[in-house]
Write a protein that binds this ligand. Sequence first.
Ligand code: C2E
Ligand code: CA
Ligand code: CA
Ligand code: CA
Length: 278
Amino acid sequence: VKAHGSNHYQFHEPGMTAAAAERLHLENDLREALLRGEFELYYQPVLDTERLTVCGAEALLRWHHPEAGLIPPDRFIPLAEETGLIRPIGTWVLREACAQAARWRRLGLTGMTVSVNVSGEQFWRDELPQAVRQALEAQALAPDALVLEITESVLMHGSANTETRLRELKAMGVGLSLDDFGTGYSSLSYLKRFPIDTLKIDKSFVRDMVRDEHDRTLAQTVIAMGHGLGLQVVAEGVESAEHLPLLRRARCDRVQGYHFSRPLPARALSRWIQQHQC
Ligand code: C2E
Ligand code: CA
Ligand code: CA
Ligand code: CA
């Protein structure tokens, strides 16, 4: 242990760095978190670009840590992936998101879809199709109510099996969305071959498209290319009203971002929808 002088470190193995100790601590807590019911899904609305009606919501995981408070996913998903804990957590997310989609559909929001993020560690496991099927069946939910978001980098690092796995999921009737598009190294031939429905332009391009001409061109090009391939295009990270005319002119299909709503607990989003639907 380095010369930190804090009592905090004296309980750990000699030679263990503070970072490693904190990691171990977090990992132990993460192991317990599912059992203790500390996870919650927040939902962020996805709207039709023209009419601004709600078409769906993206489920985003939150961890209510008993001492540290609300921990954002970027701080624990990588750890969950490394330790394999993402599998039980991911299964819980699927079940919970399907239960919520079923609730919204029962409330009369019949076209509403729920998008779930699937990490690489989950995507490559043999049990994923089964977990998806069980989550849908438990709620008697139509498969087209569920969209799986898979990042471009996960799909591009895959082997020839990527296509097989995507087709297996597609055959179940769920939607497939390519997340964080533009940050990886997609080749157009992949895009054409994969049975995906939707491209999500990464928020880094969308955010700056109002003031940065290069990002604006990139976003417009991605939208046109997506449409050329028969895909629906979603812009995430829409943070201001100035984005809308640009995205409308480019014929972007869907918009999502803080300008409309931050991710909210399920009940709060239900209220938000009631106030915003015409
Ligand atoms: P993502 O899938 O790209 O999700 C979008 C992120 O952008 C979310 O962050 C969302 O809150 C944030 N966001 C939405 N609108 C705006 C905006 O207008 N401006 C900006 N700057 N950000 C916006 P969040 O909730 O912190 O999630 C971060 C990442 O964690 C997600 O990125 C996703 O990769 C991962 N993640 C979240 N939930 C899950 C999950 O259930 N399973 C897995 N495997 N990963 C998840
Ligand atoms: Ca996503
Ligand atoms: Ca994204
Ligand atoms: Ca991401």
